[in-house]
Write a protein that binds this ligand. Structure first.
Ligand code: MLT
Ligand code: MN
Ligand code: ZN
Length: 321
């Protein structure tokens, strides 16, 4: 399984256009500090890729990744579709950027609440539909969905036959969708109780090799189903928005804590580093907010993570599993 890290920043990116915090100012002075919005490309077959989330940077992210370039032929793209972990603007605004797909259309794999938010809240179908048809496919919780339908080649095949399964994380809605109850409010049952799957993690599996990766860029909670998935995974890429719970208040960007904003912090007794450290998987953080001290590549916090065997994902990183 081949994963291309297209971006590793939280909403706003690094630097954020209206921000002169130390991280954003540092990124203006030192280009290697820069991070685009968090996104991942997954190779589904030899020349077909799915993008996980569609960020405002999607055009530049495609240009910076040769595997995603079009050709041969003037309008042949290797991008087969999009998988969405949630309906947040930093993960969906890029869909409009792909409207030039034209008659070829765009395929989107989403949960029901995410689809409803995009069609009712953002009116994406109405606005983008006249440019390119949108094809919606359900992102299932109870089975492994082949990214490329019908791709069930036997073991040993060169076709990676990648499947995706959603893991419900939280009912945190985007701010533009707080009032839209809709059919998406139907809870999903599970061992951890019921949760409206507004935010999910993705379990990616290579059927041919058994390799698995978990991608979870937004973690308001750490449900039992996530713990089960990461315990078995080869690679785990998770929400590293804030270093500690007080960071948003301390830096003045919010009156809420990290947890209150829907992001478990990295550090602290209940931090996600405590959960990642014991895992056998290769573990990496992504979705870094520009206030996160990890934006500075020389921050001492890198050593603390390294001591626990945890990495921070970087834009352009290639992960082969
Ligand atoms: C989040 O990660 O919490 C959201 O993306 C916030 C936002 O974009 O406003
Ligand atoms: Mn975000
Ligand atoms: Zn900033």
């Amino acid at each position: 399984m081949l994963l291309q890290v297209l971006g590793t920043a939280a909403g706003g990116g690094v630097p954020q256009w209206n921000c002169a915090c130390p991280g954003c100012s540092g990124a203006r002075a030192h280009p290697h500090w820069r991070r685009r919005h968090a996104s991942l490309a997954v190779q589904a077959s030899e020349d077909r890729w799915y993008l996980i989330n569609a960020t405002p940077d999607i055009g530049d992210q495609i240009e910076d990744c040769p595997a995603l370039h079009p050709g041969p032929g003037s309008r042949r793209t290797p991008i087969a579709g999009l998988v969405l972990t949630d309906a947040e603007l930093d993960h969906t605004l890029g869909i409009a950027r792909l409207r030039e797909a034209g008659v070829d259309g765009l395929e989107l794999l989403t949960t029901t609440p995410v689809r409803d938010a995009l069609t009712s809240g953002l009116r994406l179908e109405a606005v983008i539909g006249p440019y390119t048809p949108l094809t919606w496919r359900d992102l299932p919780f109870d089975r492994a969905e082949p990214l490329i339908p019908g791709s069930r080649k036997p073991t040993g095949s060169p076709d990676p036959a990648i499947t995706v399964t959603a893991i419900p994380i939280s009912a945190k809605r985007p701010r533009y969708a707080v009032d839209s109850a809709g059919p998406g409010a139907v809870p999903v049952g599970g061992a951890m109780g019921s949760v409206d799957p507004w935010v999910v993690a993705l379990l990616l599996t290579n059927r041919a090799t058994g390799a698995t990766a978990v991608y979870a860029p937004a973690l308001a909670a750490w449900p039992e189903a996530l713990q089960s998935a990461v315990a078995e995974a080869d690679c785990v890429i998770v929400d590293g928005t804030f270093w500690d719970d007080e960071e948003p208040r301390r830096t003045g960007i919010s009156a809420r804590t990290a947890t209150g904003m829907g992001h478990l912090p990295i550090d602290g007794p209940d931090g996600t580093a405590e959960r990642l450290a014991p895992l056998g998987a290769r573990c990496l953080y992504t979705h870094l907010n520009n206030t996160n001290p990890l934006v500075d590549p020389d921050a001492p916090q890198y050593k603390r993570l390294a001591e626990r065997g945890i990495e921070v994902a970087g834009d352009g990183m290639v992960i082969q599993l």
